[in-house]
Ligand binder design. Sequence first.
Ligand code: F6P
Length: 365
Amino acid sequence: MKIAINTGGGDAPGLNAVIRSAVLAALERGWEVIGIRRGYEGLFRPGGIVSLDARSVRGITHMGGTILGTTNRGNPFRHAVEGPAGEVRMVDRSDRVIERIRELGIDCLIAVGGDGSLRIASELAEKGLRVIGVPKTIDNDLAATEVTFGFHTAVQTATEAIGKLHSTAEAHQRIMVVELMGRHAGWIALYAGFASTADVILIPEVPYDLARVVEKIEARWRQGFEFAIVVVAEGAVPSGGEASYLDGGPAGKKRRLGGVGTRIARRLEELTGHETRSLVLGHLQRGGAPIAFDRILAQRFGVAAVEMVAQGSGGCMVALEATRVSEVPLADAVRHTKMVPVDHDLIRRARAMGISFGDRRGGGR
Ligand code: F6P
């Protein structure tokens, strides 16, 4: 048996733990394992295919990033080709990808990725490639799995950063607005905001009204707590408005979210008269060593993926259901984005403690 592993999309802490665990589990069975560098690009580049043995995956479980490299511009169904006049057109080279994988004698591909990469994997599976997905994203927005590895490390990083903001905010009697990642889902902001005892948490699932945020902040000043921490998800939307983007979105590429934190900070300073600062935590949330929870989950997923290969599965994804690692169809995993339910337990508990979600009067009466 010969299997291949690739990692696609934005990196997440725990990717190396998946690679190592899958390689070791496959070697235990006497299989051969190769790695494809940078998503599917390695199939077409010199040096893009690497043999993975016990030595090549030694000591990587605790490391961030991915030893195989990754890309979020590697969709084989929409491969960018530059014409003679510099014009760029999109071509479908998925058949070439499947052909190359067959030429290499690969029996099954383990594709580790987020929604984009798993959608590609699902489409390749529909075209006949045997592929097993492993869900990855710090955003935790993948359906069909309770949690993705990388998410809790990102939450930990954000929680520690927000913890540091408390003292400087209090020292200067300032409002601090911190923008966190998560795309159109508010998981990171909700968890990190709750863990770091933010005063206001703004997430895409609960459109905000700045007047409500101002009420909460004024209440804090009245109570003698002359500082405030506002955690905002990059995809947060004002009631009746739209999310903030950094660019207009080049053709064929996803628009990049960003800027909502700065926008809110500017308005809050105008509306409250309190000095306000904002920061974007950005890619810090994706870097560094995975925390124990993510190392454990990533290794469970890596081994489970190899077990699925051994059982003859294909077109499916490993998932966490309650405490069990299970097998779900790839197509189910990418059918929709997993948003935070508005009656999520953390939202209810946070509201009960007076944390504002910017949508209704409440908190600090
Ligand atoms: O999906 C993971 C993520 O980190 C999002 O939270 C964020 O919006 C995006 O990727 C950033 O992507 P890039 O690596 O292109 O900056």
